[in-house]
Design a protein around this ligand. Structure first.
Ligand code: SF4
Ligand code: SF4
Length: 155
């Protein structure tokens, strides 16, 4: 709607990969950078100083499209709660700041497999499913679960 109102392709104006391509062609053809470079640096500063990946998550049109695709993806990550020891390595490695430790993947998860790779107990796996599993609680190999389930001490 904004594009129609302004008569310009706004997505290309604020989509970082498009900006980088355009600015590189300016640099090669014209020997200098345009205003897109200032905007691009601004997005980097915003993501670094204001909100981690804030531009990607809340403002980038490409991010919005990927989130939409992510929302309806059929292949998802699932935490096998019986194998999880609550070490939180999966949360630490997630570039999107998601909470796989508590089954919060959501539409931002892009199935990058970083949490699968880092998990020391093979508690992350892929499943074919149109929605995320509901939160399953503490991992059964973790202290919190063992405290509340002393009968499961055999783990
Ligand atoms: S697959 Fe990647 S994006 Fe999704 S929760 Fe795991 S680390 Fe995060
Ligand atoms: S899923 Fe794996 S990496 Fe994540 S908390 Fe559980 S054991 Fe640790």
């Amino acid at each position: 709607m904004l594009s129609a109102a302004t008569g310009s392709v706004l997505m290309a104006a604020i989509y970082p990969p498009a900006i980088v391509g355009r600015e590189l062609s300016y640099a090669i053809a014209l020997g200098g950078f345009g205003a897109g470079t200032v905007f691009f640096v601004g997005t980097l500063l915003f993501d670094t100083l204001v909100a981690r990946r804030g531009f990607c998550r809340y403002l980038c049109p490409g991010g919005a499209l990927y989130s939409l695709l992510g929302r309806y993806r059929l292949l998802r990550i699932r935490r096998i709660v019986e194998n999880c020891n609550d070490c939180a390595k999966c949360n630490a490695v997630c570039e999107f700041g998601l909470d796989p430790l508590r089954d919060h993947f959501g539409q931002e998860c892009n199935n990058c497999t970083a949490c699968i790779a880092v998990c020391p107990t093979q508690a992350m796996t892929f499943v074919l499913r149109p929605t995320d599993f509901p939160e399953q609680g503490p991992g059964h190999l973790g202290k919190q679960y063992r405290r509340t389930h002393p009968d499961q001490g055999a783990h």
